[in-house]
Design a protein. Structure first.
Length: 392
């Protein structure tokens, strides 16, 4: 490289450095001489809300609780003894009357046992009658023999009768006395023996009756679990019977609701697109330890209804003559607490309230509120205390 080229290269670097310094100087001058804008404070526009006055009126609270209709009685019937099914008289769906025969077992052994018990009773009765007649005869003979022994004793004192004759007469008297005592025992215990025989007959009669399974009440056969020829045991369910002339609606309610109910109270029930009247027939006083709810049973006429149908009971609670009512949508739920927003002079005030009863889209509340105050009726999730608002 020549000296001229080196000289040119040095000049180029010098001019580049000068250019860079000039650019930096210009940028610095622009930064320091640019006027700063002052921030403008912009007022947040007021939120538009829908207001509604807090109402004060008489409320008849009604709590609706749903459940399913169940038979007033449901029985799983079984035989009390073992045996083979002879006849199955009914099928599922059949209506039966109280006492009607449902299933019968082979009863030959039971009938033989009854005949044997009856024969033993008759035999015992005849034996007791015989013993009474024989006892009468033996007592008369014993009295005659006693007089004979007394006569021989008198003759013996006068040496008119031998000692051997008197001893034979005395021995015969003892035999008759022993026989009389045995017969007396037999006659005196006859009542107890007859009681045992009668008990055996009644037991055999019950066993014969137990070979027939009868309806304990009028109802509808729900299921039959045995066929003719099957062998059944005492613990085996043979048939299911339902009583459907009345139906029960079993509900679970909280303690507040249970405290306002009473036995015999009339309740309206919505079922199968119609209203039916029912009566409270059972009310659990102490709550269930697991759910802390009270069981309520309502009974209604089952005509035209099916077991298992869903039903809704309208339970009338204690009347509230001066209740404060707000829309349900006006309630803000936060951390297990409830609030409403009162609007006054364009500002919101958040007020804690206690929820009482609900009627449709209306909620009865209590707290530091008064009738006539304007409450935000809906869209309260993003509102805050002190917020500016305008109403529609």
């Amino acid at each position: 490289m020549s000296d001229a080229d080196i000289q040119v290269k040095k000049l180029s670097l010098k001019y580049i450095l000068i250019l860079i310094l000039c650019v930096i100087s210009v940028i610095a001058v622009l930064i320091f001489t640019t006027p700063q804008k002052k921030p403008e404070l912009r007022e947040i526009p007021a939120t538009q809300v829908t207001l509604q006055a807090i109402e004060q009126r008489a409320i008849q609270p009604i709590e609706q609780v749903s459940g399913h209709l169940q038979p007033v009685r449901s029985s799983a019937l079984n035989f009390e003894l073992s045996g083979q099914v002879q006849v199955r008289h009914v099928e599922p769906g059949n209506r039966v009357n109280e006492g009607e025969t449902l299933i019968t077992l082979q009863r030959g052994d039971q009938q033989d046992a009854l005949a044997e018990a009856q024969a033993q009773l008759s035999q015992e009765q005849k034996a007791i009658e015989r013993d009474r007649r024989v006892l009468k005869l033996v007592s008369e003979n014993r009295q005659l023999q006693a007089r004979e022994v007394a006569r021989l004793d008198q003759l013996g004192q006068k040496s008119l009768a031998s000692k051997s004759l008197r001893d034979s007469a005395s021995q015969l008297l003892l035999q008759q006395q022993r026989e009389e005592e045995q017969l007396k025992y037999s006659v005196e215990t006859s009542k107890a023996r007859l009681t045992l025989k009668h008990a055996a007959v009644r037991r055999a009669e019950r066993n014969v009756a137990r070979t027939t399974l009868s309806a304990p009440y009028a109802g509808v056969v729900n299921a039959v679990h045995v066929e003719a020829g099957d062998y059944v045991a005492p613990n085996q369910v043979a048939l299911e019977l339902l009583q459907l002339d009345q139906l029960d609606l079993n509900l679970d309610v909280n303690g507040t609701t249970a405290a306002m109910l009473h036995l015999g109270q009339q309740v309206m029930i919505d079922v199968a697109s119609e209203q039916r009247a029912g009566t409270i027939v059972a009310l659990q006083t102490s709550p269930d330890t697991a759910t802390f709810t009270h069981a309520v049973r309502i009974r209604l006429d089952g005509k035209g209804l099916q077991s298992g149908t869903q039903a809704i009971a309208s339970l009338k609670l204690k009347a509230l003559p001066d209740a404060l009512v707000v829309p349900v949508a006006a309630i803000l739920h936060q951390n297990d607490e409830s609030f409403i927003f009162i609007a006054a002079e364009g500002k919101l005030r958040r007020v804690a309230v206690t929820l009482l009863v609900r009627q449709g889209q209306r909620q009865v509340v209590s707290g530091e509120i008064h009738a006539g105050e304007m409450v935000v009726a809906r869209d309260v999730a993003f509102l805050t205390d002190g917020q500016s608002v305008v109403h529609e």
